[in-house]
Design a protein around this ligand. Sequence first.
Ligand code: AMP
Length: 184
Amino acid sequence: MANASHHSNVKSICVFCGSSPGRNPVYLAAARRAGELIGQRGFRMVYGGGASGMMGEAARAALAAGAGVIGVRPAPLDHLELPQGGIEMIQTPDLFERKQRMVAMSDVFLILPGGLGTLDEFFEVATTAQLGMHEKIIILVNTDGYFEPLLALFQRCKGEGFVYGDLTRLFYTVETPDAAFALL
Ligand code: AMP
């Protein structure tokens, strides 16, 4: 198996979460725990490559727990979002390709609380799953009930006849990072 090192079986978990820490310390704690579990369970972490907020917290915890961490980001973002040091960085020309690369190289998507960027990334993987373009695992980590209004909106979308099929089959919803890893 001369090429074994080029064909790593390590699964990649893509983490989408806030570039902000959030007001409540439970969010940073969840990000930290998610990173820790990625390392402890022998996964690789893929994420946006930033040092700030929940994103940076998750990446540093994953690194500390021994995970390989890959950041994917367009260079022009550097003045807006400080890049995380000590990780492998992949440069993309723009945000669109960033999202595509992150999706292509990942096996599992873990979505923690965040803002518009996080929601955009969640919708990207959920809508492409709905269209049958991939069958990757999507897990929404509903930390402290953060996503309840979104889940209620999905119920309404379904109730009003705007969603075909079973939304609950598109993604899992769990309350904690530990519960997410119990699914894997
Ligand atoms: P936020 O949840 O808004 O704090 O953003 C989380 C991450 O999503 C940040 O690293 C943003 O740069 C990133 N992001 C925001 N919008 C997009 C987009 N359209 N495509 C790819 N990444 C994005």
